[in-house]
Design a protein around this ligand. Structure first.
Ligand code: GTP
Ligand code: MG
Length: 418
């Protein structure tokens, strides 16, 4: 296959180059903005015609006419591109059969278009190891480590030329640079303020609140800290935090709504730091938005930290971020690092959503299992823990298939949503 890649400053310039290179009938596979301009991938029209089975099934040589039938003129089968063009012309001319026919023709065109694009995408990805071995290494490594195809593709676009080892080093370095982490413990424990720990059920909010509280008490003493919980309706909801508070000598208050919270924060205004342990709820629960609103109406700025459970699937983590970031997030804490088979999904999520990683929770022990986030360690571990014998591991041909499939699904969903 003869895919051509053209990068130009403007779309107009890219189109001009495309026409000069492949002629006016070239088929554009993709067109997107890249650093420094616009990238266009295209195929010569002959390649499409050669790849696509003829739409009209007909023998290559004219069949012998039957004695009783008049001889029909022989018609060459149309290549798919011409067929598509004729369909478009048919739609353009207002048909007497009305809009129903037009609708069915449009839907036929869409189906044809999607099939063609999906075939081409499949071939493009299949081609990658031969065309760009270093790019294929980056793609393979990132997907195997649990990073998303979206981030891997993004890196691939900006990858400088070079060998496979160079590409690997560049990829890890880039991920490290893009992962935001707090520089020192002072950003949370010294600067003080009100912090709310949020996240889905069982993500580790209460345990992490207790760990942070213990670290704070060692530095500043128990009387400068207060703990709040919004977990007031579950039976025994705030018991766990109360017990931790008792052990540390820190007062624990339960609040039910925005008015309660406002009052409590006003009473606790002399505290250096207030940690709020929020009630866990599914990211799919609409009450998440109410919880965020309640924190926004507290009459005082509250920094919202999201617990990202590193054992969760990447799509689930993405949903969690989408649900909790409605009014912005100040950062995240990666929990259950000790249980995660792969750190890729959680790191990918933090990178794509630009979440500042504050801490890593690496076990159940309070306060020992809490550490400042360290980029080198995280990226190193993400690639080190790759499980060679994983049943989820894809080989090269499956990788190409999966990547083209993901693109097709994204396109279909874009069409379905208008
Ligand atoms: N292995 C491991 N377990 C953890 C970690 N953090 C919390 N846990 C455990 O996970 C379970 C749930 O932790 P919680 O702190 O109660 O979670 P939560 O987010 O407060 O839960 P809800 O309030 O019910 O939403 C407990 O058994 C914790 O001991 C961690 O980093 N690693
Ligand atoms: Mg809890």
């Amino acid at each position: 296959m003869n895919v051509k890649r053209i990068v130009a400053k403007t779309s107009r310039e890219a189109m001009r180059q495309l026409r000069d290179l492949l002629g006016p009938d070239a088929v554009i596979l993709s067109n997107r903005a890249v650093e420094g301009g616009v990238e266009v991938l295209a195929l010569p029209a002959e390649d499409i015609a050669a790849m696509t089975p003829p739409v009209v099934e007909a023998p290559r040589t004219a069949p012998p006419p039957r004695a009783e039938e008049p001889r029909a003129p022989w018609v060459e089968p149309e290549p798919a591109v011409t067929f598509k063009r004729r369909l478009i012309e048919r739609v353009a001319v207002p048909s007497e059969d009305g809009s129903q026919l037009a609708q069915s023709v449009i839907s036929e065109i869409k189906t044809l278009h999607m099939r063609l694009e999906s075939q081409l995408a499949d071939l493009t990805w299949r081609d990658l190891p031969g065309r760009d071995p270093a790019g294929a290494t980056v793609m393979r490594d990132m997907l195997a480590a649990g990073f998303s195809a979206t981030l891997a593709r993004e890196l691939l676009e900006n990858q400088p030329k070079g060998g496979e080892e160079q590409a690997r080093a560049w990829m890890r370095n880039t991920l490290m640079k893009r992962l935001q982490v707090i520089q020192s413990e002072n950003e949370l424990l010294e600067s003080g303020g009100v912090f709310a720990l949020m996240g889905p059920t069982g993500a580790g909010k209460t345990t992490t609140t207790a760990k942070l509280a213990a670290r704070f008490v060692v530095r500043h003493g128990a009387d400068k800290l207060a703990l709040l919980t919004t977990d007031s309706y579950r039976i025994g909801g705030h018991e766990q935090l109360r017990i931790y508070g008792k052990i540390l000598g820190v007062t624990v208050h339960a609040v039910r709504d925005a008015a309660d919270l406002r009052l409590a924060l006003s009473e606790l205004r002399n505290k250096h730091t207030v940690l709020i342990d929020t009630v866990g709820m599914s990211q799919r629960d609409r009450a998440v938005a109410e919880q965020v609103e309640m924190l926004c109406q507290a009459g005082k700025p509250i920094k919202r930290l999201l617990m990202l459970n590193a054992t969760s699937h990447g799509d689930t983590l993405d949903e969690v971020v989408q649900a909790y970031r409605t009014r912005g997030l100040d950062g995240c804490i990666l929990t259950k690092i000790d249980e995660a088979a792969s750190l890729g999904p959680a790191l990918d999520c933090a990178i794509r959503h630009q979440l500042n990683v504050h801490y890593l929770a690496t076990g159940q022990r309070v306060p020992e299992d809490l550490h400042l986030a360290n980029r080198q360690y995280l990226i190193h571990r993400a690639f080190k823990t790759r499980i060679q014998a994983s049943p989820w591991q894809l080989d090269d041909s499956e990788l190409a298939f999966a990547l083209s499939g993901i693109q097709a699904i994204q396109r279909e969903s874009a069409v379905a949503h208008g």
